[in-house]
Design a protein around this ligand. Structure first.
Ligand code: HEM
Length: 457
């Protein structure tokens, strides 16, 4: 362990940290890591905050020493919305929750969702005409919400709720920076504050959707093995089922964690490819060679190496989950420094995915990093889905969804960016583009029509 004090900003500069705008945090953390190296510390009144930009320390935090930590403030504040579900609960509830939901994410089950993923992308394509102007993130969200409803919630039709869910989620995310700020809890107790009202309206809207999903599923008595049927059928050793509140919390968690992140990743991939037209052209050539004009199917996924490379590279540069925070529950050594109980440990995908020690020319978009023959990234130099016992349960789902949705869209449409220069970063819960990515759709005929596995709804 290092005998030297941990490098980092002075007391005064550390205190100024709390006044920073949330939107500046990814670049601020990047600057900290570049200036102070693998570990930097911000002084705090009650607890210090450490940022780790070193793969061994990240692995220790998420895997080897995970037992010495609980989830950080950001996730804890999300409880206001998603209650005590899989994302927010701590052991022992977390272990029981995970065991319960895991079968819905078994590899074989995920593969069975493949046709639904392609069909959802196909439905959006069918709604666009050549020359239409779209907001890429909004359209991606419609696709991934449609997929979540169809595959995870037993074929529910959320198409009428899409706008409401999207705007409620945006409203919740916009209230997030204030809610995690020091004394953010104050917002919970003053219902007359506009920001509290905004949050409560949004939560009520999402609650209504979740209640409808559960009620419809209960009526249909579907037990096809999707998440909702597993939750409704779950029994303790004493034979009792989950409470309505537990079911509500898990459904809200999967609904929210399960569609927005992937939509953000798909949107950034489309954005990056349009900034790199030569890579977009390589992808289209591979799609044409592999598919020969027919629609993609599940079995094509392994051959679509360039689409997967683009999705990987997009999550390197713009990781949808960009920051993971933990709080020490006991004194613990990490990255060569001694953390006290209550100290905060941060690992930031946005920072480590751009660390030149792990990534030559980190700022440049390169499919080559992910293709055969390239050196695989060092463990925990790339961790868009986290790691250890809290690793994203939807990782396999998200990879398949990203590849199949992008393959379907890019095979049949081209997206011409409008005002590309104006897109910035909006690090809310996820790393969204600050301004909508607007694009004009150019339909690529004659590949548009031929139907295969994908069935219209
Ligand atoms: C590109 C898409 C996605 C990204 C980048 C992503 C990222 C992450 C990350 C980083 C975590 C760990 C958070 C932590 O350690 O504090 C996580 C957890 C989680 N994710 Fe995802 N996720 C994605 C898609 C999904 C999907 C599709 C689902 C569900 C259908 C999902 C459901 C969850 C759940 C339930 C957890 C909590 C797991 C646990 O603590 O046991 N995610 N996700």
């Amino acid at each position: 362990m290092s005998a030297q004090p941990c490098p980092g900003p002075s007391w005064a500069a550390s205190l100024a940290f709390v006044t920073r705008r949330f939107s500046t945090l990814p670049d601020y953390f990047l600057e900290l890591a570049r200036r102070y190296g693998p570990v930097s510390r911000l002084h705090g009144m009650r607890a210090d905050v450490y940022l780790f930009d070193e793969s061994d320390a990240i692995e220790d935090l998420l895997v080897t020493k995970a037992r010495s930590f609980i989830k950080g403030r950001g996730i804890q504040r999300l409880r206001r919305l998603i209650g005590n579900g899989l994302l927010t609960s701590e052991p022992p509830e977390h272990i029981a929750n995970r065991r319960l939901v895991q079968p819905a994410f078994h590899r074989k089950r995920i593969e069975a969702y493949g046709a639904g993923m392609i069909a959802a992308a196909q439905r959006r394509l069918a709604a666009w005409n050549d020359g239409d102007e779209i907001e890429v993130e909004h359209e991606s969200m419609r696709i991934t919400l449609d997929i979540a409803a169809e595959t995870l919630f037993g074929g529910a039709d959320l198409s009428a709720d899409t706008e409401g869910i999207g705007s409620a989620l945006t409203a919740v995310m916009e209230t997030f920076p204030a809610s995690v700020a020091p004394f953010g809890e104050v917002l919970d107790v003053f219902p007359f504050l506009p920001i509290t009202q905004k949050f409560r309206r949004a939560r009520a809207q999402l609650d209504a959707t979740v209640e409808r999903l559960i009620a419809e599923h209960r009526r249909s008595r579907d037990d096809s093995g999707d998440v909702l049927s597993l939750l409704l059928a779950a029994r303790d050793e004493d034979g009792s089922g989950l409470s309505d509140e537990q079911i509500r919390d898990e459904v809200m968690t999967i609904l929210i964690a399960g569609h927005e992140t992937t939509a953000v990743a798909i949107s950034w991939t489309i954005y990056l490819l349009q900034r790199h037209p030569e890579d977009a052209a390589r992808i289209v050539a591979q799609l044409d060679a592999v598919l020969g004009g027919r629609r993609p199917a599940l079995d094509d996924a392994p051959a679509l190496t360039l689409v997967r490379a683009a999705f990987s590279e997009s999550m390197r540069l713009y990781p949808p989950a960009w920051l993971i925070g933990r709080v020490a529950t006991e004194p613990v050594e990490l990255g060569g420094y001694q953390l006290k109980k209550h100290d905060v440990a941060l690992v930031c995908q946005y920072v480590t995915h751009r660390n030149p020690r792990y990534w030559p020319e980190p700022g440049s978009f390169s499919l080559e990093r992910w293709l055969d023959g390239a050196k695989p990234p060092e463990k925990f130099a790339y961790f868009p889905f986290g790691g250890g016992n809290r690793i994203c349960i939807g990782e396999g789902f998200a990879w398949l969804e990203g590849v199949l949705v992008l393959a379907t869209l890019l095979q049949q449409a081209r997206f011409e960016l409008i005002d590309a220069a104006a897109v910035g970063l909006a690090p809310l819960v996820t790393l969204r583009p600050a301004n909508p990515i607007r694009a004009r759709v150019r339909v690529r005929s004659p590949h548009r029509a031929p139907a295969s596995a994908a069935a219209p709804r």
